[in-house]
Design a protein around this ligand. Structure first.
Ligand SMILES: NC(=O)C1=CN([C@@H]2O[C@H](COP(=O)(O)OP(=O)(O)OC[C@H]3O[C@@H](n4cnc5c(N)ncnc54)[C@H](O)[C@@H]3O)[C@@H](O)[C@H]2O)C=CC1
Ligand SMILES: O=P(O)(O)OC[C@H]1O[C@](O)(CO)[C@@H](O)[C@@H]1O
Length: 395
């Protein structure tokens, strides 16, 4: 039986990647940093994936094993794995890279000649390439050469909304997902073959990855930050607000104009249809997805290549006007959720250095007309939130 080692046994790890690998006939071994989660997986050896739609479906993933990230057991699992996947959060790839580097060293020492593919399923531009850099920084020339011939670092785009389990799960390992999924895998980087029914193999990932990150995640973040501003708890509530829904649609179409300009394979009609389908998914009445989950870590989400500033830069390069993206970014800077560590850091930075300097540092944007426009929108939001107590917020 083929073996998949998956780092990160969370929502998307269990509910999407683990499920598809299991259905593709792999034995799935999870590596995580939370001891109780590893213990539960070891004890149960199985878990349920619940699909939230008109008809609720349940699928069972069986025969799973688990190990702690920084353990010899985990390094050993690398030796005979056929594929390695991750869904740990972009900021956590450092620890994963150390274990993978050690495991690949053992693989080489044990003269394991079979190819292995590594796919980082994180919401980011070319997360696997970022992981590869980290792995290569930890190895000597000889192992680097071996990696070149034996290891495929394959960039992917992953799309499936897997919200928090609260309100749905009855068992500790249950996870919940929407029915839709898309897993795009950049085929040319594969070593050998990878057979995952349901995955889409593409020659150039960029249009797929940027379409997903900018038009789904960017729109989702917009709904989350504007929703938080208007005191909504979930994305569904936010999307039922006509002003937010309209802002989200405008953000998508500004991103679409930029994408169409950059990738001739993407037509505006195609992107409009994609945008509508995404918004329909946000309006799935069976999914209660907290704006706090979707908006989590605004420091990452407001960075230069990510879901809001990435499409802004693309649209600006296409000479497209971007009032909606600018407003969405301002909502991100105004996201003063005290339970989000990154949001608190942004608020502290704004207090100390002012909004313009903070925008420049976090987004990498330097053009003063754009930075000023974001700052202006931010100040408008501040004023509106100060009068909120008596009048309610207006988007
Ligand atoms: N939830 C979703 O709808 C989707 C999430 N993603 C991406 O998947 C990644 C994970 O997201 P979620 O599953 O939602 O988060 P999550 O918080 O539910 O799961 C992350 C898991 O990774 C574990 N972890 C953290 N650091 C680790 C490390 N160094 N090694 C091994 N395990 C580690 C955590 O303990 C947790 O179990 C993120 O990059 C996210 O952007 C992508 C598409 C959909
Ligand atoms: O997982 P991140 O990057 O923090 O952002 C949350 C986003 O990722 C997803 O969980 C999956 O793409 C979306 O539901 C949401 O837009």
């Amino acid at each position: 039986m083929k073996k998949a080692l998956h780092f990160g046994a969370g929502n998307i790890g269990r509910g999407f990647i683990g499920l598809l690998l299991h259905q593709a006939g792999y034995e799935v071994v999870f590596a995580d940093v939370v001891p109780t989660l590893v213990e539960q997986l070891l004890a149960e050896k199985a878990y349920r994936v619940i699909t939230l739609d008109d008809d609720v479906q349940e699928e069972r993933v069986t025969g799973v094993r688990a190990c702690l990230l920084d353990s010899d057991a985990c390094r050993q699992e690398v030796i005979d794995a056929d594929v390695i996947t991750t869904a740990v959060g972009l900021g956590n790839l450092g620890g994963v890279s150390a274990v993978i580097a050690d495991g690949l060293r053992l693989r080489k020492e044990q003269k394991q000649e079979a190819p292995i593919n590594i796919l980082a399923c994180e919401n980011a531009i070319r997360a696997t390439s970022q992981l590869k850099e980290r792995v290569l920084a930890r190895v000597d020339d000889s192992l680097r050469e071996w990696i070149d011939t034996h290891v495929g670092f394959v960039d992917v785009a992953v799309d499936r909304i897997a919200p928090n389990r609260e309100g749905y799960a009855t068992q500790p390992l249950d996870c919940v997902v929407e029915r839709f999924f898309e897993w795009d895998i950049e085929e040319p980087a594969l070593k050998g073959t990878l057979d995952i029914p349901g995955a889409t193999f593409v020659q150039d990932l960029n249009p797929f990855l940027e379409r997903k990150l900018f038009m789904l995640n960017g729109a989702h973040a917009t709904a989350a930050y504007a929703g938080f501003f208007k005191h909504y708890r979930t994305v569904l509530e936010a999307m039922q607000d006509a002003e937010i829904a309209s802002l989200v649609a405008d953000v998508q179409m500004e991103a679409a104009e930029g994408l169409k300009h950059r990738y001739p394979s993407l037509s505006l009609d195609m992107l409009r249809t994609y945008a509508q389908a995404v918004r329909a998914r946000f309006l799935n009445p069976h999914i209660q997805d907290d704006v706090a989950r979707v908006g989590r870590d605004p420091l990452r989400k407001l960075s230069a290549d990510d879901r809001l500033v990435g499409p802004l830069r693309l649209a600006l390069a296409a000479k497209v006007k971007t009032p909606a993206l600018i407003r969405a970014i301002a909502f991100g800077f105004h996201y003063n959720n005290p339970s989000d560590e990154a949001a608190s850091k942004i608020q502290a930075e704004i207090q100390q250095f002012g909004i313009e300097n903070t925008v420049k540092r976090i987004t990498g944007l330097s053009e003063s007309s754009i930075v000023d426009a974001i700052a202006e929108q931010y100040h408008a939001l501040l004023r509106a939130s100060h009068s909120d107590a008596t009048h309610g917020n207006e988007v």
